[in-house]
Write a protein that binds this ligand. Structure first.
Ligand SMILES: [Zn+2]
Length: 305
């Protein structure tokens, strides 16, 4: 009897180890290598920010690696002369993107929303984030209709302060502080800071210095510091006040603007201010699409890691 029990125990043990081995094999098959070598980041698994060249307009794609694959966020989908909506939709499709986890619409100007309805119609958008604002253009109406017809969840912000997450990245809405009483359309712009590990990216839409100053008053200084600043309002002197720039203290500034645009963006004063502060300037009118990556410890351009 005693002997038999021992054999049963042995058999049970053998079955258990066989089951454990199978489980380990299944896990190893499904998990990406970096998950079981201790979270070390491998090439191709970094966060990417694509400042898409859309001429005198804005459109920025953020891609965050997660265990379920890449999560995608689009910030603005602007159109401009010679830069139709297909410029953005084709860019997303060429990367194999079929859905967006977030689509942030900073404010209702054509150079930020011209392709927004097409994006919402063509891609599966989980959540649209937009400021609470009044606008009466055909383009804005098209965006609202697209949101409605596609039954997209819309977070309409009537205040700043909300934080969203995408995998290991998170972003906090810093502005606008008081959209309900805002009169200048640019100042409806959603200003947000994305954090990934020790690195951070600031996005500003076309927020002007009035909005920058309100935001500075409302949040502590530690909420601004960023490696990369998307320069407000295409490098116009209406934005990027010295106080805001000093709080963000970026090492890289990205300016999204069109070659030879009629506004003269970026303005010389802003270029000089950035240079005086030792900030590296990257411009879509000169370089075309600009991609920056983060491995949680540093920001770099692809292939220069
Ligand atoms: Zn703009």
């Amino acid at each position: 009897m005693a002997k038999r029990r021992t054999n049963e125990k042995k058999l049970k043990k053998q079955i258990l180890s066989a089951v454990a081995a199978v489980i380990v094999l299944i896990l190893a098959y499904f998990l990406e290598p970096w998950q079981y070598i201790g979270g070390e980041s491998e090439p191709g698994e970094e966060l990417q920010v694509h400042y898409i060249d859309v001429g005198q307009a804005d459109s920025i794609l953020v891609r965050v690696p997660t265990t379920d694959g890449m999560k995608n966020m689009l910030i603005d989908a602007g159109t401009a002369e010679n830069y139709p909506a297909s410029n953005i939709t084709e860019y997303l499709s060429s990367l194999g993107i079929t859905s967006l986890d977030y689509f942030v619409i900073t404010h209702p100007h054509l150079d930020h929303i011209g392709a927004a309805d097409e994006v919402i119609n063509m891609f599966e958008v989980q959540t649209v984030i937009m400021p609470e604002c009044e606008a009466s253009s055909k383009a804005w109406e098209n965006v609202l209709v697209a949101i409605d017809e596609n039954d997209v969840e819309a977070d309409i912000l009537d205040k700043a302060g909300d934080t969203y997450t995408m995998g290991d990245a998170s972003f906090k809405i810093l502005g606008p502080i008081d959209p309900v009483n805002e009169k200048e359309t640019n100042n409806y712009s959603i200003v947000m800071r994305l954090v990934y590990g020790d690195t951070a990216f600031m996005f500003t839409g076309d927020a002007e210095t009035d909005s920058e100053e309100e935001i500075l008053k409302n949040f502590s200084r530690s909420e601004f510091s960023s490696d990369v600043l998307k320069v407000g309002h295409h490098g116009s002197t209406t934005s990027t006040g010295e106080a805001f720039l000093s709080a963000v203290n970026p090492s890289i500034a990205v300016i999204s603007c069109g070659e030879g645009n009629s506004y003269g963006h970026p303005h010389d004063e802003i270029i000089e201010l950035l240079e005086k502060n030792g900030v590296e300037i990257l411009r879509t009118d000169i370089e075309g699409d600009i991609i920056l990556c983060s491995d949680k410890t540093k920001v770099y351009r692809p292939n220069s890691n």
